[in-house]
Design a protein around this ligand. Sequence first.
Ligand code: ADP
Ligand code: MG
Length: 359
Amino acid sequence: IPAIELKGVVKEFTAHGEIVQAVKGVDLTIAQGEFFSLLGPSGCGKTTNMRMIAGFEEPTRGEVFLYGENVTGVPANKRDVNMVFQSYALFPHMSVHENVAFGLKRKGVEKNEIKKRVGEMLEIVGLTGREKRRPREMSGGQQQRVALARALVNRPRALLLDEPLGALDLKLRQAMQSELKRVQREVGITFVYVTHDQSEALTMSDRIAVMYDGAIEQLGTPREIYEAPASKFVAGFIGTSNLLSGNVTGVTDGVATLAFGDDGLIEVPLRDVSVGEGATLELTVRPEKIDLTKTKVDNCSSVRGTVTEVVYLGTFTNYSVVTAKGEEVVVFVQNANNPDDLAARGDEVWLSWEQRHSY
Ligand code: ADP
Ligand code: MG
């Protein structure tokens, strides 16, 4: 049975006499032990979704299941999930040990058992030896580890984390990302992770639900979402993408022929069957899928352009190219295969990619 299921969940708020739909019909199944992320821009409904799983908020319509049990309407403290927030919400007057032990104590767990479990948890989050410290004597990263230990110590069936690393600087955030992933693997508890940071979601997650305007745009593994974005929004939100627009000159069996000025024709399978001749179609291609050459490559989709910028970055060199139509295309070339620059500013080049890499 899945750890968490949302079925047709809608959440409406009334603000200034108007109804705002924060979540617009979400269906979601999260497996036991999964590291699952909700990824999307600010205001797309991530927190609201999470709060409905936790029970801090009830859906306007739809149902929430935990381990196969319908918990819609069940109060938060009766649901076997815990939540970690960006503001660690530690008790300032309590030591690290007391903070982590708090929930167990309140549940009446026996003293030796508390000591053992707190000790184990602090070891997992790397805070052994810091038991007596107060939160204010610790760094942001350490405080977040305490919050994590406190949320995990009573072994909830799922841990919900709402942008927990948002307050940390980049370097610490990256260190904590792999730390969180390791802790999750070690305790084997289902993690639902909310973030607006695409690289964070790609790094840590088994699967990601990309949210936009209250709905799920795409659900899949990091690789699926990066390699085959289901929409222009997903392509633009995750990683870098190039957008190229061509004119449809013909459609045969769901494959459109696109023209880019006088630069030849490209054939693309159509996702939207209503697209017909004369329409403009936008194509998305990742910068690392494009080959940059001085002469035209056969059997590939290709467009011509002029190099406007060459930036050497060690592992990669980034080329900016402007097409005849005036569209800017970024190309990442791995320097392992190309120790010398392939082109200089002002050079005329061809950009080619395999058709399966555009969508
Ligand atoms: P995210 O976490 O992705 O930034 P939220 O779930 O916090 O998004 O918010 C989604 C939408 O719902 C936003 O437009 C927000 O203003 C609105 N919203 C959230 N909570 C409330 C509330 N309690 N009352 C009114 N509107 C709300
Ligand atoms: Mg939020």
